[in-house]
Design a protein around this ligand. Sequence first.
Ligand SMILES: Cc1cc2nc3c(=O)[nH]c(=O)nc-3n(C[C@H](O)[C@H](O)[C@H](O)COP(=O)(O)OP(=O)(O)OC[C@H]3O[C@@H](n4cnc5c(N)ncnc54)[C@H](O)[C@@H]3O)c2cc1C
Length: 337
Amino acid sequence: MNFDAVRGRASDGWVTSTPSVIDRLRTRDSGRVPFSVEFSPPRDEAAEARLWRAVRVFERLGPSFVSMTYGAGGSTRDRTVRVTGDLAEETTLLPVAHLTAVSHSVDELRSMVGAYADRGISNILVLRGDPPGDPLGEWVKHPDGVEYAEDLVRLVRDLGDFHVGVASFPEGHYRAPDLAHDTRYLVSKLRAGAEYSITQMFFDVEQYLRLRDRVAAFDPIEGAKPIIPEIMPITSLRSVRRMVELSGSSLPPDLERRLANAAGDGPEENRAAVREIGIDMATEMCERLVAEGAPGLHFITLNFARATAEVLERLGDKIGSAVPAGSVPEVPARAVS
Ligand SMILES: Cc1cc2nc3c(=O)[nH]c(=O)nc-3n(C[C@H](O)[C@H](O)[C@H](O)COP(=O)(O)OP(=O)(O)OC[C@H]3O[C@@H](n4cnc5c(N)ncnc54)[C@H](O)[C@@H]3O)c2cc1C
């Protein structure tokens, strides 16, 4: 284990001594931008083995933190908690657990937070979640649950010494009637105690910059909190189209056209050609984001390391590693149970 978690429930809440995401973002001050990665809970043993292969590659690259998404409504809850806990205990990585409000009572949410604290996890990305089944369908609050992410931020903060992040949306959240509404409620989450936000994936850096300006104009204090851009190195047109559709965001028409041309008309898309555009585009976006002062770069990996590693390699010494030089860990074999 790379850090000592002081576990157990103190009289006034859970107490941990793990570093926070904000601590880890401080390497930005040294002129290099930290990066981080997003994993998803594996559905079966083969997927878990694949995740661990990616984990071992990233351990050598030194992300400032790794986040683990949470299946809508808790469909993979036990596996998610177990794997995220294993990341905390068996690797050098700093895990951030996503926690979603949808379909859960307050008691269940409290017990999830306790389960994470038991495994030494103190960084939580608090989300509302989307309705299971149809993510764009009507959002129905659990009768004993919470309505908005902002309420869950308060709940988690009240439970103890947790470091909380939230979601932000460069294009505006698809349920928000306009960008002013979107900005107002993002700021509410930050005022409720969130220390930073991670954006939804986007493909136009201007949208990220406008989000940052909007939040800073609405509230200069909360607007100074880090907004970490989320980058998706595209390796498949079919899968990015699906992700964009499910998240209520969009692919710029120009990019979609280029990707569609590269994919071709065959029964199988030309993945190599799509990937080339995707990696080029992700690298260009990261270069611009670094130049514009982004506090970090958070990569969606889908539990594969190669595409992100390639982008990082191209970015070279613009990127900071959380692994001190000369201390690259060995890659131990890990049995997947
Ligand atoms: C980085 C990132 C990671 C994600 N990880 C996951 C994951 O692991 N699992 C998962 O299921 N989903 C995940 N999501 C998706 C997320 O759960 C959905 O986008 C969800 O629809 C919105 O979540 P939120 O936390 O932003 O909600 P909220 O902040 O609660 O906002 C939801 C909507 O309500 C509005 N709103 C907020 N507060 C109020 C208020 N007080 N009054 C009126 N309107 C209000 C907002 O403007 C917005 O339109 C992630 C999204 C991002 C960007």
